[in-house]
Ligand binder design. Sequence first.
Ligand code: FAD
Length: 222
Amino acid sequence: MKAFLVYWHNEPKSFNGAMFETAQAALQSAGHEVRISDLCAMKFDATSDRRNFVTVRDNSFLKQQLEEKHAAEHDGFAPEIEAEMQKLEWCELMIWQFPLWWFGLPGVLKGWVDRVFAMGRTYGGGKIYEQGIFRGKRAILSLTTGGSEESFHKGGMNGDINAILRPIHRGILQFVGFDVLAPQIYYSPARQTDELRKAWLQAYADRLRQIERESPIEVGEY
Ligand SMILES: Cc1cc2nc3c(=O)[nH]c(=O)nc-3n(C[C@H](O)[C@H](O)[C@H](O)COP(=O)(O)OP(=O)(O)OC[C@H]3O[C@@H](n4cnc5c(N)ncnc54)[C@H](O)[C@@H]3O)c2cc1C
């Protein structure tokens, strides 16, 4: 299987960094081919503007989706965006590794989506959801939180984690056609023992070594 890992954390020695390395090693040891985007190491620029493109459709007014469509038709994406698109198109499994920030993706990872998931190339012309361009591919959100597991249940302080992840699961991944596998969530790693964190990494590696057997989850409406 071809696996694409997209990772952002501003500290390589973080628990997210350990999860990212664990995933690479586990997938490779199971015989899968792995490509990565370590967005912090790449110094990926999260700002979406004309630098997304080498073509120009209208230089008097920037309408991003129309420039995207134009670029898709004229081989017009900037090299750093084109490279990310090719990894997206290549993969069969995509994993995003990140810390939950303000109930969502950290800015650089969100910016990566804003720039790379371009109209005309990753969706559009009715090719969304079940007809999405990436149907048949699978995706996993792998994340950590600061809050405890109890705080992310329905009725808890933060509410249901599945509702918090829905905009990403439904609004991004399923929108472009990915099937969503169960998220890998480790709550509050900073407050756990080293022993438990190591056991979590082991469990994550065990999961990934058998990932081909998993079925997609339903993303509810909440
Ligand atoms: C701007 C911002 C917004 C945030 N918003 C939210 C929010 O909305 N909701 C929420 O719940 N939280 C939020 N947080 C908290 C954030 O989600 C957590 O701090 C983060 O997820 C913890 O993961 P980490 O990788 O940074 O942990 P770290 O603190 O880096 O790691 C935890 C521990 O694991 C250790 N470790 C590293 N590698 C290994 C290894 N191989 N084996 C064992 N241990 C290891 C580290 O040394 C450290 O002691 C926010 C934080 C910020 C900065």
